[in-house]
Design a protein. Structure first.
Length: 379
């Protein structure tokens, strides 16, 4: 059965899926994935929504017309937008009783009506407090970074894990690495793999490249600084422009990647990092860390992976790529083309949709078996 032919039955008229999402003020690939899940589910007949913290907030750095609800009746203003420091605001405050950094999903009850026949989807960064959200409502954890899932837990482990709470009925994992981590930690919890997809409108192969090395300084800025300084001191960067990617919308990021010869991957612990795959799709040669979650696509056949945190190896590998570009540019160009084809096929929109719909079919079918109210919805 194709992804587009799947439709929920009468369930869609009653059951709603609420994807909680923080009010980030800058780019976060994980937010875009949440929006896309909701778009795909609605296209296939499900009643799904993004639920931000405050009224009036919507992410606008990428194009979307996704239905957005608010958890709180508080109105959004610029001063209460959260900067993108991944999920550090959650990490710092999960153990606190109160405090502005804590997301409103945890600080107050919802202003919207959530019924027992609904399902709430919660980001993994809520850590040990997952089950506190919407008591009595079935919950699915969306784990986009398994390495973020356990911040907020005590240093000395205590019995019990939020993922084992009876209201946590399943998990969605963004990568094979994340799925293995969740299954190992919570072996009784069903965890479904749902990969993201690449936007081929923006992230497409370009052959004409500038002598440009791009990177995103919001992750691994110190690593980039040391690696590039080491090569500059050796004269290896002469003739190359160094381009930090920041303060751009999605179209601007994609344009930068299409013109860049090389992209530096700097993430340390990632669920499934988007930027290196987007760079590969644009024909940039990726050098750097796979973040563990990126091991499934940052392969030696297509890219130049470096052991995580090894800055000397990073510098040496980047210098080797620069030499290869000078001596055998066609070899590098062929590798870039193969990489673009690989990620475009592996992370296609059709594949994402098929996995997402399949996961929710299993989640809701399992929920119906244990929830009498849902048995009447023909799940």
């Amino acid at each position: 059965m194709s992804a587009t032919s799947r439709r929920p039955s009468r369930m869609s008229t009653r059951l709603r899926l609420f994807y909680l999402c923080p009010d980030y003020s800058s780019h976060a690939g994980g937010v875009r994935v949440i929006y896309r899940h909701v778009d795909l589910l609605r296209r296939n007949g499900y009643e799904a929504f993004v639920v931000h913290e405050r009224r009036g907030f919507r992410d606008t750095w990428f194009e979307n017309a996704t239905p957005v609800l608010s958890w709180s009746s508080q109105r959004h203003s610029l001063h209460n937008s959260l900067p993108l420091r991944a999920s550090r605001y959650v990490r710092r405050s999960l153990s606190q009783v109160s405090g502005d950094p804590m997301p409103l999903h945890l600080r107050e009850p919802p202003s919207l009506d959530i019924r027992p026949t609904d399902v709430v989807v919660i980001p993994e960064v809520f850590g040990p407090r997952l089950a506190e959200v919407a008591p009595g409502i079935p919950k699915v954890v969306f784990v986009q970074n398994g390495y973020e899932a356990f911040f907020g837990y005590p240093r000395v482990p205590q019995p019990g894990l939020a993922y084992r709470h009876p209201e946590i009925i399943a998990a969605l994992a963004i990568s094979d690495d994340t799925q293995r981590l969740v299954q190992y930690t919570a072996p009784g919890l069903k965890c479904h793999r749902v990969r993201w997809s690449l936007n081929s409108t923006h992230y497409r192969l370009a052959h004409d490249k500038a002598s440009q090395i791009a990177f995103m300084p919001r992750k691994g800025a110190d690593d980039a600084r040391q690696v590039l300084t080491m090569l500059a001191s050796r004269g290896s960067l002469e003739g190359y422009r160094i381009r930090p990617i920041e303060n751009l919308d999605e179209a601007g990021v994609a344009a930068c990647l299409r013109e860049s010869l090389i992209f530096l991957s700097l993430g340390a612990h990632e669920g499934l990092p988007l930027p290196p795959a987007e760079a590969m799709a644009c024909g940039a040669i990726v050098v750097g860390y796979d973040g563990f979650g990126g091991r499934e696509y940052l392969l030696p056949d297509f890219a130049f992976p470096v052991p995580s945190g090894d800055r000397l190896a990073f510098a040496q590998t980047l210098e080797r790529v620069l030499s290869l570009h000078k001596e055998r540019p066609s070899e590098l160009r062929d590798r870039a083309g193969q990489a673009a084809s690989y990620v475009a096929e592996t992370y296609s929109p059709a594949r994402e949709e098929e996995e997402l719909l399949g996961a929710w079919e299993h989640v809701l079918a399992s929920l119906a078996q244990s929830t009498p109210e849902l048995n009447t919805l023909n799940v």
